[in-house]
Design a protein around this ligand. Structure first.
Ligand SMILES: Nc1nc2c(ncn2[C@@H]2O[C@H](COP(=O)(O)OP(=O)(O)OP(=O)(O)O)[C@@H](O)[C@H]2O)c(=O)[nH]1
Length: 409
């Protein structure tokens, strides 16, 4: 009873804090370029299609004009053509680039221009004003679909503008002789739900966006160390090397393998082995520069791809890493495990465009792997740089024992 009483009042407050944080996250994400880009990509085609359908729909309104007033309808044809052309311009601007200033300007101006022209049509047709309010309402409910690709802020601005504009239209010299009270009543009833639906849509899309980002994160990240995983490393590494080739710059790869890792597993168990892997990942994360690609490539193997780095400098980086690992024993608190002095062996290779044959990521990994192998043979806890004759040696070894070469290991 007392426990319940104690925890009872805290719950609503927690819920409020959570809701507030969710809302803050929602509001912040909406302004990020990544979110805006994702939405433009997801809804660019939809919005363009919806605008093209609207352009046709506006033209078909000629039939509606003839139904209301067959005598004067021909006078409205020019307006309908203008409305359709304006929507078409909006569609083209959106298709070219949703967030460009022409597209955003069209998003604000075209609905207003269509409204002005619509008011003119109503004043040309007998009984036009009687049907006018229905037309406004129809347009108002239609427009949110045309605003899906745009930001929430711009969408709400456009909705507000097209709601109030007909009330002030006479100030601009266009008048539909609308019954202001009835128009206002219609709009007061429909504005809140239309705005709420637009916000609700944004919220749903944000949920999907967040979910997609989480999945992307899991697909690209190693779950244990939070470093890039092998798949992502190969993709990013290929891009980085292509960029280096384009700029005629050298990039270097450091391939790292923990020494005698099997012994750690066998002596202290896999759980301690996992902690050791995480420990090394943390050291690598801290030693890396911001542009470096650091990845867990496999079990106890790591990669560090260094852009704009010559082989000699890469070897220094690897040496520094090796020394840091060797001088940072792993302490696992609340266990009987003594401080573990881990060491690593590293192989370094570079993609040197000067030698006329820039390597792709597979070749670079293969070369660095051969260098790691040499480091292991040389006694471990060392860094070895790739030498051309290691390839010859590798082929020789493969032929001698009948196994294939270690390419891509
Ligand atoms: N705890 C743990 N162990 C792993 C993981 N992935 C691979 N291993 C183990 O890592 C060990 C690698 O052993 P080896 O390839 O023989 O190499 P080593 O014992 O480090 O010996 P050298 O590389 O020659 O110094 C194997 O026992 C794998 O089972 C992992 O995610 N967690």
């Amino acid at each position: 009873m007392s426990r319940q009483g104690k925890h009872g009042p805290e719950r609503p407050q927690d819920n409020h804090t959570e809701l507030w944080q969710l809302w803050r996250e929602f509001a912040i994400t909406l302004r990020t370029p990544d979110y805006r880009l994702a939405k433009a990509q997801d809804f660019g085609v939809f919005t363009t299609g919806a605008l093209l359908i609207t352009a046709v729909f506006v033209l078909l309104n000629i039939a509606w004009d003839y139904a209301i007033d067959p005598v004067n309808a021909h006078q409205a044809i020019g307006h309908r053509l203008f409305q359709s052309a304006a929507v078409l311009v909006w569609a083209i601007a959106t298709w070219c680039h949703v967030h460009s200033w022409p597209a955003r300007l069209a998003t604000i101006l075209v609905p207003l221009m269509v409204q002005v022209s619509f008011i003119e049509v109503l004043s040309l047709l007998d009984n036009g004003n009687a049907f006018g309010i229905g037309g406004f309402l129809y347009f108002f409910i239609f427009v949110p679909f045309l605003l899906l690709a745009q930001s929430l802020r711009l969408s709400l601005l456009v909705l507000a503008l097209i709601t109030v504009f007909p009330l002030f239209a006479p100030t601009f010299g266009v008048s539909a002789d609308l019954d202001r009270e009835i128009y206002l009543a219609y709009m007061l009833i429909s504005f809140p739900p239309v705005v709420a639906l637009r916000i609700f849509f944004e919220y749903l899309y944000w949920g999907l966006y967040r979910y997609r980002r989480q999945i992307e994160h899991h697909a690209n990240t190693d779950g244990m160390t939070r470093l890039l995983n092998r798949r992502r490393f190969l993709l990013e590494g290929t891009k980085l090397l292509a960029d280096a080739r384009h700029r005629n710059q050298t990039a270097s790869l450091v391939f790292i393998d923990i020494d005698h890792f099997k012994t750690i597993n066998d002596t202290y168990g896999h759980h301690i082995g996992d902690i050791a892997i995480d420990h090394l990942a943390e050291i690598m994360r801290q030693c890396a520069r911001s542009g470096d690609l650091v990845a867990r490539y496999g079990g106890e193997e790591f990669m560090v791809l260094l852009p704009s780095t010559e082989l000699g400098l890469a070897k220094e980086v690897a040496q520094r890493l090796r020394r840091t690992v060797a001088s940072t024993p792993l302490n696992v608190p609340e266990t009987d495990v003594p401080d573990l002095e881990l060491t690593i062996s590293a192989g370094v290779a570079s993609n040197n465009p000067q030698d006329g044959k820039p390597h792709d990521i597979d070749v670079l990994i293969h070369n660095a792997d051969l260098a790691v192998y040499a480091a292991k043979r040389g006694g471990r806890n060392r860094v070895v740089r790739f030498e051309r004759d290691m390839n010859t040696q590798d082929q020789h070894d493969s032929r001698a024992d009948g196994t294939p070469s270690s390419a891509g290991n």
